[in-house]
Every structure is written in structure tokens, then in C-alpha cells.
Design a binder for this molecule. Structure first.
Ligand SMILES: [Cu+2]
Length: 115
């Protein structure tokens, strides 16, 4: 379970489009995913801790919402969504990840590098 893109490099403030496609087959999977972009870099352990208290509606917990600058909707197998976002203005590394509990821990995370 991982993203096909795990590293994104952008200029400060650059606009970018995220296309999120769940390539699992409906016949074999009911697992859905999303992507959230954070205003800072978190370790896998921090992500795991932050998402393990998520409610059944899979909305981001308050502590993550405060540091999130963009997210896709939740995508079911064989479905696709997209969202246009703007990179942070400050250079640095920023975590993006799937907020469904356990998914970041299994590998659904990456880094947005603003340089
Ligand atoms: Cu996921």
C-alpha cells in the first residue's frame, strides 16, 4: 500500500494539481484512500499516533486539521479525484499522507519539498 509518487519538488507558492486515483479493483477491495498535505514534516510514528484517534467519518482530527493546508476527498476503488493546491511559501520539507488509520504506517506517505 503506497503512493505512486512519494516525492514532489516545487517552488515556494507554486500551484500544483494532485490527481488521486485508487487503482484497486472494486471486485477485490473496499479500501478507500485520500491524501492530506501538512504544513510541516512528521515522522511515521507521529503520523500513526495522530491518525489512530480518527473518528468513523474519517475526518481529520483537530490537531491535524490545524496543520493541514490541503486534502483530497476520499477515493473508493476504481475512482479518481483531483484538487488544486498551492505549495507553502517557506522552503522546507512537508509531509503528505493518507489519513485512513494505519495507511501512513503501511507506506502511504511522502514528502513535498519546497526549494
Ligand atoms: Cu490509504
Amino acid at each position: 500500500m503506497k503512493f505512486s509518487v512519494v516525492e514532489i519538488r516545487l517552488r515556494p507558492g507554486q500551484l500544483f494539481k494532485v490527481v488521486m486515483k485508487n487503482t484497486a479493483s472494486k471486485a477485490n477491495s473496499e479500501i478507500f484512500h485520500n491524501i492530506a498535505f501538512l504544513k510541516k514534516e512528521l515522522t511515521t510514528g507521529e503520523l500513526h499516533g495522530a491518525t489512530s484517534h480518527m473518528g468513523e467519518d474519517f475526518k481529520l482530527p483537530e490537531n491535524l486539521r490545524e496543520i493541514c493546508f490541503g486534502e483530497t476527498s476520499i477515493v473508493n476503488p476504481e475512482e479518481e479525484t483531483e484538487v488544486e493546491l498551492q505549495a507553502p511559501l517557506e522552503k522546507g520539507n512537508y509531509t503528505f499522507f493518507c489519513t485512513i488509520p494505519g495507511h501512513a504506517f503501511l507506506g502511504m506517505q511522502g514528502v513535498l519539498i519546497v526549494e
